[in-house]
Design a protein around this ligand. Structure first.
Ligand code: THU
Length: 160
């Protein structure tokens, strides 16, 4: 038997420690939570993605009475960015959530499995890291790329 381990560095920063560009992205993600359509979960998520040319695109979770037809904020933002700016690689994503009382979460949420899968492909398409900022009022978790969020992931290389 052989044992190995996967190490994932995680930075935790306070808002004051972010760069102005990061704060701008965070503000867009926070704003996006107010455009969420979440009449079923009452859980409002916003995601903002920064493209290579500095453009910021945001999205929010969009629910549906047929529950699985809804979409998470991350995929809404990524799919919108890729359909609107197909030649601009995604460089960074910031994710924010408000709870059923409307308060920003103290501890950040992290993307669901399906969103990680979509982000992994966006990262491979971009050809370089997509940095992830997960906002919580007590601290902002920063993961250096999507591969770290989805270790041992499945990608197109397995299809060849
Ligand atoms: N949701 C997101 O938009 N992103 C996540 O990372 C986790 C969950 C949404 C889906 C659903 O509308 C609501 O939050 C509750 O799961």
């Amino acid at each position: 038997m052989k044992e190995t381990s996967i190490h994932i560095p995680l930075l935790i920063k306070q808002e004051e420690e972010l760069t102005p560009q990061e704060v701008k992205l965070l503000d867009e993600a926070r704003r996006a939570t107010y455009r969420s359509y979440a009449p079923y979960s009452h859980f409002s998520v916003g995601a903002a993605v920064e493209l290579a040319d500095g453009t910021i695109v945001s999205g929010s979770n969009q629910e549906n009475a047929a529950y699985p037809s809804g979409l998470c904020a991350e995929r809404t933002a990524v799919f919108y960015a890729n359909s609107r700016y197909p030649d601009q690689p995604i460089r960074r994503i910031c994710i924010v959530a408000r709870d059923t009382e409307g308060q920003f979460l103290q501890t950040p949420i992290s993307p669901c499995g399906a969103c990680r899968q979509v982000l992994l492909e966006a990262e491979q398409r971009a050809g370089s890291d997509i940095e992830v900022l997960l906002y919580g009022t007590e601290g902002i978790y920063i993961v250096r790329n999507i591969k770290d969020l989805l270790p041992l992931g499945f990608d197109e290389s397995f299809l060849l």
